[in-house]
Design a binder for this molecule. Structure first.
Ligand code: SAM
Length: 284
């Protein structure tokens, strides 16, 4: 009996021509296709003349449907998992099934393709070497603000957002990261009314409000990189230095602050001279 194999198949996020030949070939060859909404996936399959057995696998039945899919894998079948759009298991169901497949030793094969976060980032023009995919923020304002308060990262941040919350979320982003930080708003990617606009956060609310259709459709928000956060040693070194400078010379204060914090003595000495200079100016 052949070994059961689970294929994670990415499907288009709008433009149906983005279904890759390999994705279609895989779907055509699988014994069972697990999909979020069977009607959506059947639309894609029938467009390409593929008649596959489908089974629904969504957020509310991932465990029970997962058991049926695992049974198919145990029988040596080829099972594909797709979501309504994009890559399964990325802000979509699929990860629990993948984890279970690994636990039971089945082969797991990704068929890569469309993903809204990566498409938006690739069109952002940010040159940072890393970014954080933050997915959907919480739906309520208080929880969203709390989640943002915890995101102390200077890398570009990628969020998914629903159209009816996008204005409120932009307001919360301005409050958290300041009006000068940049944002790329990517809406309706790969679709007829695709728009990708880069602007300071402070201009985003007006941009979204400028046309009625701008608050409709699907959104990815890509926040640009922030100012680098000082490391723990730098922050601690500067805090200790400021206290010691009240009683010691810049050289002595820098030497002790370096020993306490682990930050470089030379850097702290430069900082001490800067702080001492600033202090003298204020006294005068
Ligand atoms: N698994 C999908 C992927 O790989 O991108 C994401 C699914 S998640 C449930 C749906 C969210 O992805 C939307 O609310 C939106 O934030 C984003 N999204 C999906 N398609 C999009 C598109 N064509 N344009 C912009 N954002 C999109």
């Amino acid at each position: 009996m052949s070994q059961g194999t689970l294929y994670i198949v990415a499907t288009p996020i709008g433009n149906l021509a983005d279904a890759s030949p390999r994705a279609l070939e895989t779907l055509a060859q699988c014994d069972l296709v697990a999909c979020e909404d069977t009607r959506t996936t059947r639309g894609l399959l029938s467009r390409h003349g593929i008649s596959a057995h489908t089974l629904s696998l969504h957020a509310h039945n991932e465990r029970s449907a997962g058991e049926r899919l695992l049974e198919a894998l145990r029988q040596g079948k080829r099972v594909a998992v797709v979501s309504d759009a994009g890559t399964p298991a990325i802000s979509d169901p699929g990860a629990l099934l993948v984890a279970a497949a690994h636990r039971e030793g089945f082969r797991v094969i990704p068929i890569p393709g469309p993903n809204a976060a990566v498409a938006a980032y690739s069109a952002s023009g940010y040159t940072a070497e890393r970014f954080l995919f933050a997915g959907f923020l919480p739906a309520t304002r208080a929880a969203r603000r709390k989640a943002l308060a915890d995101l102390e990262i200077a890398w570009p941040l990628i969020f998914y957002e629903a159209p009816h919350r996008v204005l409120e979320t932009v307001e919360d982003l301005v409050e958290r990261y300041g009006a000068d930080r940049e944002i790329v708003i990517a809406r309706e990617l790969t679709k007829m009314f695709e728009e990708i606009a880069r602007m300071p956060l402070g201009a985003a609310h007006a941009w979204l409000g400028a046309e009625q259709h701008r608050q409709q459709g699907e959104f990815v928000l890509v926040l640009g990189p922030g100012a680098p956060q000082p490391s723990k040693e730098v922050a601690e070194g500067e805090r200790v230095l400021a206290v010691l400078l009240e009683a010691l010379s810049p050289g002595e204060a820098a030497r002790l602050a370096a020993r306490i914090s682990g930050e470089s003595k030379n850097k702290l000495y430069e900082k001490a001279l800067e702080l001492a200079g600033r202090e003298k100016k204020t006294v005068r």
